[in-house]
Write a protein that binds this ligand. Structure first.
Ligand SMILES: *Cc1c(COP(=O)(O)O)cnc(C)c1O
Length: 357
């Protein structure tokens, strides 16, 4: 008896999708195909056009998001491919604060006079709706990086569709296990697979997912022509990371919820930003940048590093980057919760916070 794939839960499909058809001595895992070219007469032809290891990974990501996925060399290569499809002169509604590189790609086009950018706080649904008047594209990220604002995706996407705007959602922080924007009517989902999807801080990769075959063709055309392709080994590493995404996310999210209840009890902390789900928390400390730097210096277990979504818990004061937005508080420390024991994580945070009081 066979079970249709869509009847299986995402946790199961993470394990079963993207595998070779079973048969005697067929490998259980897709091989890593290291080749720049393929014998002629087939569908792929050349290593910039396709690779069987990418295809296996694209099967899993597409299956999870409920669309067709194309992988890219990085999350920013993925967003850049979507930006390249924006019509000349388009009006784009985008978050005030979101992943900086994505916003900078939009701003770069805006300053070249190629689009009109309207930035709004995405957790203010009324502001998003008001900005949509005459817009061509709504670009959302939720929760946002690093402020962890949550957009009402259902309402915002529906409002965009009412005015005929295309919708892009950066789903990096939530992952398709927590929200599936294509189901809500989005046209594109993008990911930095560098983060939770790969989950081990050992690879940089991105993905675009869509349902409309024309949009997929155009995204794939962009990848072929501009060449921001992932390596086969990187594709294998993300695929391997995805196999455990459900358990990693479940464990890290439980620890995050636990820390979100403990952190506000400490007097050194001015504010805790926690969306109520996921593996990220941002805190603000009394005493500004200096206090935040003393806090991160005093930690022993938490890794002081940029990026997020790895098995190791990591954090950073975002404004240490000169390019970070002024609207991000100086003392804001963005924390990515990993798989260590929650009590060990809390003990380290508490001893470092104690140095401030
Ligand atoms: C990291 C990140 C990106 C960029 O992805 P890279 O893989 O670093 O190029 C885009 N969006 C979000 C939300 C991110 O966290």
């Amino acid at each position: 008896m066979t079970t249709s794939r869509s009847a299986l839960s995402p946790a199961t499909r993470l394990v079963t999708a993207g595998r070779p058809e079973p048969g005697p001595d067929v490998p259980v895992n897709p091989p890593v195909t290291f080749t720049s070219t393929f014998h002629g007469g087939g569908d792929v032809g050349y290593g910039r056009y396709g690779n069987p290891t990418w295809s296996a990974l694209e099967d899993v990501i597409g299956d999870l998001e409920g669309g067709v996925a194309r992988v890219f060399a990085s999350g920013l290569a993925a967003s850049s491919a979507i930006v390249s499809l924006l019509p000349e002169g388009a009006t784009v509604v985008a978050p005030t604060a979101a992943y900086l590189g994505v916003i900078e790609q939009l701003q770069e086009r805006a300053s070249a006079g190629r689009l009109t950018l309207r930035q709004v706080p995405v957790d203010d649904t009324a502001a998003v709706k008001a900005a949509l008047d005459g817009a061509d594209v709504l670009w959302l990220e939720s929760p946002t990086n690093p402020m962890l604002e949550v957009a009402d995706l259902l309402t915002c996407i529906a409002a965009a569709r009412t005015v005929g705007a295309r919708v892009v959602v950066d789903n990096t922080f939530a992952t398709p296990l927590l929200q599936r924007p294509l189901d809500l009517g989005a046209d594109f989902v993008m990911h930095s697979a560098t983060k939770l999807m790969s989950g081990h801080s050992d690879v940089v990769m991105g993905a675009v997912v869509a349902r409309d075959p024309d949009l997929i063709d155009r995204i794939e055309g962009h990848r072929k022509l501009h060449g921001a392709i992932p390596g086969p080994m990187e594709a294998f590493l993300v695929l391997r990371g995805l196999r455990t995404l459900a358990v990693r996310l479940e464990r890290a999210a439980a620890t995050t919820a636990d820390l979100a209840t403990r952190l506000p009890t400490h007097p050194a902390i001015a504010k805790v930003r926690y969306p109520g789900f996921g593996t990220m928390i941002s805190i603000e400390l009394h005493g500004g940048a200096a206090a935040a730097d003393r806090f991160t210096d005093a930690l022993r277990l938490w890794v002081f590093a940029t990026s997020l979504g790895g098995v190791e818990s990591s954090l950073e004061r975002r404004r240490r980057w000169p390019s970070e937005l002024d609207s991000v508080p100086e003392s804001l420390v963005r924390m990515s919760v990993g798989l260590e024991d929650p009590d060990d994580l809390w003990a380290d945070l508490a001893q470092a916070l104690d140095t401030l009081t």
